[in-house]
Design a protein around this ligand. Sequence first.
Ligand code: LLP
Length: 450
Amino acid sequence: MNFLPEVFSINSAMANGELVIGGCKATSLAREFGTPLFVVDEEDFKTRATAWKSALNDNFGANAGQVYYASKSFLSIEIAKWIAETGIGIDVCTGGELAVALAANFPTNRIELHGNNKSEEEISKAIEVGVSKIVIDSMQEIERVNRLAAASGKIQKVLLRITPGVEAHTHEAISTAHEDVKFGFSIASGIAWQAIQEVLSCANLSLEGLHFHIGSQIFESEGFILATTRLIELGAKFRDEFKFELNELDLGGGYGIAYIAGEETYNPSEAMAAIAKLVKSECERHNLNIPKISIEPGRAIVGPTTTTIYEVGTTKDVELDDGRTRRYIAVDGGMSENIRPALYGAEYSAILASRTSMVPAINSRLVGKHCESGDIIIREIDLPSDICPGDLIAVPATGAYGRSMASNYNHMLKPAVIAVINGTARLILRRETESDLLSLDVLEVARTIR
Ligand code: LLP
């Protein structure tokens, strides 16, 4: 497999057979920081975040709402600082994500709180620190947010998460807007309308608008079109009934990125131009003003910026029934820092990153070091037949939902994340240590609890 410029981060290149990211050689990074290693191309990250902001502003001008970076895709204090710097907002969906944003001194008026089962503590904290909006996801939550806002003496701005009944073309586990799903208020069942009425009756809630998120890693626009059309229709019904218009429409995230050859990362300008055309024509059709439009890209900002560097530990050949040979190449990570292939059948690409190889490629399977046959990073890939222990393998486009979904399965240590730019590198999340792991173990004498 050759270096694919469209899949690697912007400042990645091959020089003398070696992968160089942000001016730093993969071999030098591995020596300095160890492997597996997440390498974030800092300039690429900021460029992508800014591109989404510009695309939204260029197409919606004064009516542009906000780009909220979906922090679940990857978050650290440093990342939150980059997001703050670019002027966009952040979407958090747990107390933990909120804590990181606050630790970065992220402007709270650019934080949006999500979640289908927010705890009272999470809601109270969000209200107390003054988040811009809480996206309400259930009937019970309407009462909770209203009560907790009242207790703080505040009027909380809220959006309602609407389920538009759309089948997004992506993996079932990351498709979120069909009817039979845990998220949001369904339009078809009438619950969305009831929720709107309920929020309007709450003295401490201010209904700013509606929200949808149809799913993740989406390339086809039908789902976005249908969901947008249905929410604008609901906005028109709202205006007809209550004689005023909602301020905001939040279209969620989900824009797909390239992982393998032949795929293309969503282009922010094209995506926003298409959405603007649709929003304008639908609003015109219903004689509505154009609301503030917000979006929540996560993967499309961080995904392509990051490459994982692994070291090869072992190889073995297996003769297949069809007469072919499969080479198993095992690296020093696997499903604990990239669960996506096992969970969603996600595909990745990889290259030999530490040297030139002139030998022919062989049908290979890139696997990890976990005690499971399903610990596969790439099911089928052609890699040079002389790959051997000590070689470095780079897997691009691992920025989203890699480190953020990492586990300690097999008591593996979560890898370090470094930022590279202009030939410099720095840690933004250190590698876990065995002491970190052991620090959670407790040897306690039992107490009587009845
Ligand atoms: N907004 C909401 C309300 C969301 O639930 C999500 C993602 C996003 C925005 C951002 O979606 P993105 O632009 O990153 O696609 N672990 C899965 C993805 C789960 C996405 C969950 N929600 C994966 O690895 O593919």
